[in-house]
Design a protein around this ligand. Structure first.
Ligand code: CO8
Length: 378
């Protein structure tokens, strides 16, 4: 069995940012227009008016201040409320593969690896832009990587589940190094017309290179000491879109359940204990005391949720150094959130530092990865 390390990460961020002020102005203009259109039904008590959104609520409830998106114009247009992305020909690089390649190049450079050093690609994300061929295989071809590639989806937990899958394959000798990418164009399957969740998501792509620890040359490499993934079925975060859509009467209509929807309060209440228990039992089983942790890179869904999980794990409020947040700048980027935090806040720690990457989300699903920083290669 080989020891495995994360030896490089990469991050692609779209050029366009949407602030809470811009988002709320657009949503409220949409709500006003809808209410004017349905004025008669509303006056007759046959329809409810759409409620208005507020910047103050968004910051207080979530900690989110802005988010990156692939198409700001479409998302903010009250007549559209969705991104508009150019259709690409089959022989052009697809948009998910394009952002994955950008993040991947950075991760491979940080790991000091060339395409010939990598044996597999995993695309782990919440939604894939087509059924097949796999986005991962397209990324593999674009980068000139040999070996094999596949897509996987465990919603917001895709990256930690991907790390576990890659680490297990490297440990057992199926591959020397694996590139995992997390292209999250959440704006495409988010419901921008729903006041209760229109502020939650942002677009981004992260990439992680995992390789045999004895082959690492990077100065910022983290040995994977242990991984643990759990799932528990819940309908509280759900999207009914899928390949059987056209087989069902009425499913081609503009239906709310064909985009992301959730029972946010229930998710909060049920996922916090699930994640806390996962992290505490995982640490205990590996003989790591919570106080020994130098850093926790948590999934970025909601600031209060992360604060609560951090406090329950450490038994006290974590400092910003112990538990960095990126949520205010990126919003929830699904599987990429914990990896953005790791990418931005891991280089400063010295060799021997201990940390946990943890993600959680739809499924429910949660993944915990315990890592220790390796000494720089001689
Ligand atoms: N502006 C003003 N008021 C609002 C707004 C708004 N935008 N939204 C709601 N309110 C009002 C409500 O109507 C309610 O009013 P009242 O008290 O009069 O009834 C009040 O504010 C409180 O509403 P909530 O109870 O809904 O508010 P919460 O405090 O619970 O906060 C959150 C809402 C922020 C959604 C919170 O519940 C939360 O973050 N929960 C956790 C959710 C979470 O982590 N989900 C993870 C989902 S991501 C995932 O798993 C990946 C899925 C795949 C990716 C999909 C990509 C698109």
């Amino acid at each position: 069995m080989h020891r495995v390390a994360i030896s490089g990460t990469g991050l692609f961020t779209p050029e366009q940012i949407v602030t809470n002020a811009e988002l709320v102005a657009s949503y409220n203009a949409y709500a006003e227009a809808q209410n004017a259109k349905n004025a008669e039904a509303i006056a007759a008590g046959a329809a409810e008016p759409l409620p208005f959104s507020s910047e103050a609520f968004i910051v207080k409830a979530s900690g989110i201040e802005r988010r990156y998106v692939m198409d700001k114009k479409g998302v903010l247009d009250p007549a559209l409320m969705r991104p508009v992305l150019r259709e690409r020909a089959d022989d052009e690089l697809s948009i998910m593969a394009e952002i994955a390649v950008a993040a991947a190049r950075q991760a491979m450079e940080n790991a000091g690896l060339a395409a010939g050093d990598v044996d597999a690609v995993i695309c782990a994300a919440s939604n894939h832009e087509r059924a097949y061929p796999a986005i991962a295989i397209e990324v593999q071809q674009a980068l000139g990587i040999r070996g094999f590639a596949f897509d996987m989806n465990v919603a917001c937990s895709s990256a930690t589940f991907g790390i576990q899958a890659a680490a297990d394959m490297i440990r057992s000798g199926s591959a020397r190094a694996i590139l995992m990418v997390n292209p999250e164009i959440t704006s495409g399957h988010h419901e921008w017309r729903d006041r209760d969740c229109h502020f939650i998501f942002g677009d981004v792509c992260t990439a992680v290179v995992l390789q045999r620890a004895d082959m690492v040359t990077s100065d910022n490499a983290w040995e994977i000491l242990s991984t643990r993934c759990i799932t528990e079925f819940s309908n509280n975060i759900r999207n009914n879109n899928g390949f059987l859509r056209r087989t069902r009467e009425g499913h081609m209509a503009d239906r709310r359940d064909m985009q992301f929807r959730q029972e946010g309060r229930k998710v909060f209440k049920q996922v916090v204990p699930m994640v806390t228990e996962l992290m505490l039992s995982h640490l205990a089983d590996e003989g790591v005391a919570p106080d020994d942790l130098d850093r926790m890179w948590l999934h970025q869904a909601n600031k209060s949720m992360n604060d609560l999980i951090g406090a329950k794990v450490l038994g006290r409020e974590p400092t910003r150094e112990e538990q960095p947040n990126v949520l205010q700048d990126y919003a929830n980027t699904s599987s990429a959130g914990s990896i953005i935090a790791f990418h931005e806040f891991s280089g400063d720690l010295p060799a021997g530092s201990l940390g946990v990457i943890c993600s959680f989300g739809a499924g429910y699903s949660a993944g915990s990865v315990i890592v220790r920083k390796l000494a720089a290669a001689a």
